[in-house]
Every structure is written in structure tokens, then in C-alpha cells.
Design a protein. Sequence first.
Length: 218
Amino acid sequence: MKFRKIKQSSLRYLGNYLLVLFANVLCKSIRINYINRTIISELEEKKTNYVLAFWHGSMLLLWYLHRNQDLVALISKSKDGDLLSNLLKHWGYTVVRGSSTEGGNVALGIIVDYARNKNSIVITPDGPRGPRHKIKAGAVITAKKSGIPLVMVGLGFKKKKHLKSWDRFEIPGLFSDAKIVYSDPIYIDKNLNYEQTSEVIKRSEEILNHINDEANRF
């Protein structure tokens, strides 16, 4: 039994190591064209933290590009979330575990506390189970309660493959061209009522889908 546990632990370590190695090599090979990237540097110059949101299916490169920036990531408690959590910790993220279906309210409260204490937050708003490209409330609520702006990010690859998953997860081709589009900051009044907040969520979804479509035009 003890040997089996050691073996399982060793295999998990090897799997995590290989995932990090693969992700680093793949992401380093991508040639990137940025649009509106100065939004992030302008916020940082003003010492303004923010909520960064992008679709679950195109997250790998964006997680990589924002590594080692003292960001806080909201990750589900699923088995896939375990793998992603290990990868993000290697990339310097503080990871909070929870989702809309498990531990969501507690995790959201923790995320809001981080945001109020001057940490920037990263959320994939259609995760962890979809529907694909439909925003859940978490990113908007975090920005609203903490008083910081929401910035959406669209990503497109010239060469890519889709996995047969709910999010059609995108794996870019080695040395592919990519386009990344940042939205202007969205500031959300903390005094909005439920209906008004729902309208902001709908508008944010439209903005993210629009810039994602723009990023996929080559």
C-alpha cells in the first residue's frame, strides 16, 4: 500500500512536470499581435488593480502571458481544476478554488477580499462547465463589489486544434500567429440593482464575444 502511494505521487509529479514543460514550450513559440494592450499598463501605472476575464476554451496562452504578476486566479474544484491549479501555482498565481456549483459563494467572497486589498483577479467567466461563451456573474460581481474595473480579453490563433470538450478547448499550433485584443476598462457602479447588474453581465458578454471575434480575424 505504501509503495502504491509513493508510485501514484511520483506519477502525479511527473505528469505535472510534463504539463508545465509542454505549456512553456508551446506558449513561448507563439508569435503575438496585441491590440489595446496599453490598457493594462495604464491601469498598473495608476496602481489600479483589475479583473481580467477571458473564455475558458482559449485560456492557456493568456494564463501564460500574465504569469508572475502577483495575480489571483479563481479555479474550479474539479479534477481538471487540479491540473490547472498546479500549473498556475508554478506560474506565480495565487489560486482560490471554487466555482458556481461547488464552493462558489465562499470562493467569490475570498476573491473580492483579494481585489479590495489591491490584487488583480483573473476569471474564466464561462467556466468550469459552460455553457460556452456565456458569462456567469462572478467576474462582474467581483468588479462591482470591489470597485475595480473589468477588462475583457479576446484571443485568436491562426493555427489551432479544438478538443472535443464543452469549451472546444483550443490548442495552438507550434509557432502559430496569435492576436490578443483587450477591451477598455468597464467600471461597474456598486449601487446597481439586480436588473441593472444583469444588464451589465449581458453587455460584458457581448463585448467579450465581439473582441474574441475580432481576435480570430486574420
